[in-house]
Write a protein that binds this ligand. Sequence first.
Ligand code: ATP
Ligand code: PAF
Ligand code: BAL
Length: 254
Amino acid sequence: MTQVLQSVASFQAWRKENVGTVTLGFVPTMGGLHEGHLALVRRALEENDKVAVSVYLNRTQFNKLEDFEKYPAVFEEDLRMLDELGVDAVFAPSYEEMYPDDYRYKVSESELSTELEGEHRPGHFDGVLTVVLKLLMAANATRAYFGEKDWQQLALVKGMVDAFFLPVEIVPCPTIREESGLAMSSRNRRLSTEGLEKAARFNQILNTAESEESAVAALNSEGFEAEYVADRGDRRLGAVVLEGVRLIDNVERS
Ligand SMILES: Nc1ncnc2c1ncn2[C@@H]1O[C@H](COP(=O)(O)OP(=O)(O)OP(=O)(O)O)[C@@H](O)[C@H]1O
Ligand SMILES: CC(C)(CO)[C@@H](O)C(=O)[O-]
Ligand code: BAL
């Protein structure tokens, strides 16, 4: 049975009693679990003796209250999936438990975090980096698993781990997609059947457009509101809104 731990103290006590000197894999999530998350969990189970998953909907990373309030909260369903996979512990703290300082102390980065997602979601990466640091400190894991779907988040988390000499290995995991190519996301649950079908064009356009500008034009002409499409090195990253739902994706540039 997966153990559910709701306080930092009980999570640390669980770690002391059950992990000791063997390896611990850790997968941070905000719940609403889908196959993308489960791929991270399966990999963590393969590579470590014990695995802990956090399910914590972190409100400090949401710049829009509506986005926070509409985020799927389905803890019992999440727990059932994690239990079936054989996860050892689920850390599911309250806001008060995670933020005894009421978010007075923050981690911020001054370059990458201000563009792309950071430009469109002000304060987002302060919230992400702060909660990831807290989660990593609480878990004290050997390895922590992050999805490449959140490319910018992954780069910033790796940067923070290097900057602060955190004793954990960050393991990047490939984006898991629907057959249509649509990247799996908790937010996909909020799309209509028609929206789900249409959303697949987002990935196709990122893959096939000649330039950033032509990708934005194609997305807008097909009923998306494109927030940005940007080429960075060998990646093309984008964010769109469809039916009021914000989706992100990134692909290798051809
Ligand atoms: N389709 C996916 N493939 C691989 N990893 C994923 C996928 N979706 C999410 N992840 C990873 O799972 C972890 C938790 O993500 P999170 O709980 O935000 O889910 P999410 O589905 O990305 O939510 P949303 O897309 O609504 O922001 C992150 O490291 C994220 O990159
Ligand atoms: C890493 C994370 C769990 C921090 O809240 C979140 O940003 C996410 O789910 O990608
Ligand atoms: N990309 C990480 C989860 C979020 O959208 O806030």
